[in-house]
Design a protein around this ligand. Sequence first.
Ligand SMILES: C[S@@+](CC[C@H](N)C(=O)[O-])C[C@H]1O[C@@H](n2cnc3c(N)ncnc32)[C@H](O)[C@@H]1O
Length: 450
Amino acid sequence: MDNIRATAYRILLQMELRPAHPDRLLRTAMERQAAGDDRDRALLTELVYGVLRWRRRLDWHVDVLVGGKKVDPPVRILLRLGLYQILFLTKVPAHAAVHETVELAKTSHPKHIVGFVNGVLRQAVRRGNDWPWPDPASQPVQALAVETSHPDWFAEYALRRWGIDEARRVLEANNRPAGITVRVNTRRAPPAQVRAWFERQGLAVELSPVLDRALRLPSLRMDVRLLEPFRDGWIQVQDEASQLVSLALAPRPGERVLDLCAGFGGKTTHLADLMEDQGEITAVDQAAWKLEALQENAARQGLTCIRTHAADALSLDPDRLGLFHRVLVDAPCTGFGVLRRHPDIKWRRSVKAPFRASRTQSALLRHAARFVRRGGVLVYATCTLFEDENRNVADGFLRDHPGWEAEPVVRHLPETCRDMADGPYLQTWPHRHGTDGFFIARFRKVTGDE
Ligand SMILES: C[S@@+](CC[C@H](N)C(=O)[O-])C[C@H]1O[C@@H](n2cnc3c(N)ncnc32)[C@H](O)[C@@H]1O
């Protein structure tokens, strides 16, 4: 592979300019440079994810080192990359980290910047562990934000909402890289057969402590989609918390089901599986390209009961689509429950984001309710941790919809999920359950149209 650090730098620069999924950029880079070995790929992934994850902490170090002077974004990214290796990577000797970063600076920056980068990084090495950390007593928000590398507004929210000990646990868990979890498509292969396949390849595989059809692949370093069980439709990459959403909707064979924010269809295909591919699922998303991927995904898993419909869910008319037994709103959200997998999200949201998202979420939920027949079920889910987007949306819905009841979500899930209850709703936590952080509410329409 070409210079790994140069590739990491290019990806980080790209992400600064335009939001993009780091995994997608990494995959493209690796495909383009197919000659790289596993160690190269692992280092590239480590550098990109490490810098994204620890950005707040690294920027604090930069600011200490430059005495608060302004640093242009491309130079700051270069310094983050160098400092990440110096401060976090024990396997990379500090002098090598400085040397490699300075060489990289030479390829894209004038001489005086190269000298500046060299000076700042050498100073960091000289400091060792001697840093003027923010004082937790007088600056609790800044101290937590820097220590755990989160935006100050989120550290403040966490302290106010959960108190220091729990806040630290939540934020620390966000920094632990998450392994891959898969849902077994039992229509294609039983879990034991899938497990045996991974064991035969010498790949670590664990039974999920939460769900019997989920397997954890804690140390898988390669792209799952290249593996035979994936290509043959035996498995779908899906965190356990995400799997709980379709289980909470609990569709039955033969029913009419509406999935209003279907995306790539992780949950849609799970719903189809639970329905034994009998009945009718209408999968809606405003992004047509995601629905194309959903169709491929369904074909790979051998599912035929899904039809897709590219549209803004809010523009859909119940008089045209008819009523459904079950409706799912897997709402667009701030994504703060999946920071382990998407650390870049932390830096793209502001303090106002949860409230803003909640308005769209409430509108989607209100509209979704119009498609549910009497006695039918509506599930609302997010992958985030904010009250505004979770409990407040669900409570607000119940307040405005007298003919509806909230049903305890955990009653529809295995025993192992009992401690996930949050009143009638459900909230999973990376630090408590080892899963992504999801919120689920389940409503039943008790009166109204047939
Ligand atoms: C949380 S993601 C869904 C993930 C998906 N259910 C899965 O399991 O893979 C939210 C989705 O809502 C879609 N979306 C956002 N606003 C929408 C709207 N007004 N109408 C339809 N889809 C919308 C986004 O394109 C995105 O794919």
